[in-house]
Design a protein around this ligand. Structure first.
Ligand SMILES: C[S@@+](CC[C@H](N)C(=O)[O-])C[C@H]1O[C@@H](n2cnc3c(N)ncnc32)[C@H](O)[C@@H]1O
Length: 264
C-alpha cells in the first residue's frame, strides 16, 4: 500500500511510522509512505503556508495555493485524486473503517493545523473526513499516525502472527478476552486454571465467554450488532449468572471479619 500525506510536520509522520509494527511493515515493503509539505510549494521567501482568517478572529488558516501545488504533486506521483482529511468534524474512525481503508492500494491523508484549512481546498480536494474522536487536537498528524498504525498492522505479513489481529477487540464485533503470562501464581492472583489445562476446546470457549461478558459489561452497545449463535448466547448467559453470583457473594461478605466479642 502507498500512503501519501500532506503535512506541515513530515518528521512527525516519518518518526511515528518508523516504530514497531508499522516500522516493520515499512521495512518489509508492505507500506510505503510519502510526505508532502505545503511549505515546499509556497511561492514566497518565507515559505508561507498559512494566513490570518478573513472576517477576523484568532489563529491562522492553511492557504489554498501551497496545498493545491502539493495536491498536484501527489497526483503527478500517482497518488489518489482526492484526500481524506483528518478532522474533528469527520466520521468517527472505527475498526470497520480501518479494515476498509487497509484493503485500498493507495491512501491520501491530509493533516490540518492551526484553525484548519481554507474551505475551498476541502471542497475541491477532499472526498472524506475522518475523526479520531469527539475532541480537538492541535494537528492532523497525530490522527494520521493513528490511521497509519491501525491500517499498517492489518497489512498481510505486518504482524508476526496474523491471528493476533483477528483476536483483537472489535475484529469480530466483541472486546478482546483477558490475557495472562508467567508466572502462574502471583500475590495478585493466579492464572485461570483452564488456560493451563491444554484443553484447546475449553480454552476457546473460556475466551469467547470472557469476550462476550466483557463486551456486555463494558460496551453493551456493541452486542446489539453481533449475530450471536446458540453457543454464544449460552456462554453469555453463563457469564451473566457467574457475574451475578460473584457480585452477590461480594455484597454478602462483611468488609472485615466479625469481632467475636461484639454482642450485636
Ligand atoms: C486545532 S484543529 C482545528 C479544529 C477546527 N477549528 C474545528 O473546530 O473543527 C487543527 C487540526 O487538527 C486536526 N484535528 C483536530 N482534532 C481532530 C480529531 N478529533 N480528529 C482528526 N483530526 C483532528 C485537523 O486536521 C485540524 O485541521
Amino acid at each position: 500500500m502507498r500512503i501519501d500525506v500532506i503535512t506541515l510536520f513530515p518528521d512527525f509522520i516519518r518518526t511515528a511510522a518508523d516504530i514497531g509494527v508499522v516500522g516493520r511493515a515499512k521495512a518489509r515493503g508492505l507500506i510505503e509512505i510519502a510526505t508532502w509539505n505545503p511549505r515546499d510549494f509556497a511561492q514566497d521567501n518565507y515559505r508561507s503556508a498559512d494566513e490570518r482568517p478573513y472576517g477576523g478572529g484568532p489563529g491562522m488558516v492553511m492557504m489554498v495555493d501551497p496545498l493545491r501545488r502539493a495536491l498536484d504533486a501527489v497526483r503527478a506521483a500517482g497518488g489518489p485524486d482526492k484526500a481524506i482529511y483528518l478532522s474533528p468534524q469527520g466520521a468517527r474512525l472505527t475498526q470497520r473503517k480501518v479494515e476498509e481503508l487497509a484493503r485500498r492500494e493507495k491512501l491520501f491523508l491530509l493533516c490540518g493545523r492551526y484553525e484548519g484549512i481554507d474551505e475551498r481546498f476541502l471542497e475541491h480536494a477532499v472526498d472524506e473526513e475522518i475523526s479520531i474522536g469527539d475532541y480537538v487536537i492541535s494537528g492532523g498528524e497525530l490522527a494520521a499516525a493513528i490511521v497509519i498504525d491501525a491500517i499498517g498492522r492489518l497489512q498481510e505479513g505486518a504482524l508476526n502472527d496474523a491471528q493476533s489481529a483477528e483476536q483483537d477487540s472489535f475484529s469480530n464485533g466483541l472486546l478482546d478476552c483477558p490475557h495472562y503470562t508467567r508466572p502462574e501464581r502471583d500475590a495478585w492472583g493466579d492464572v485461570p486454571p483452564v488456560l493451563l489445562s491444554g484443553d484447546h476446546a475449553a480454552i476457546r470457549r473460556w475466551r469467547l465467554k470472557q469476550s462476550l461478558g466483557r463486551t456486555w459489561l463494558r460496551r453493551p452497545d456493541l452486542l446489539a450488532h453481533v449475530a450471536a449463535d446458540k453457543e454464544m448466547r449460552a456462554l453469555l448467559d453463563e457469564f451473566r449468572r457467574e457475574h451475578r453470583d460473584a457480585t452477590q457473594a461480594r455484597e454478602d461478605k462483611p468488609d472485615r471479619p466479625r469481632d467475636p466479642t461484639d454482642k450485636n
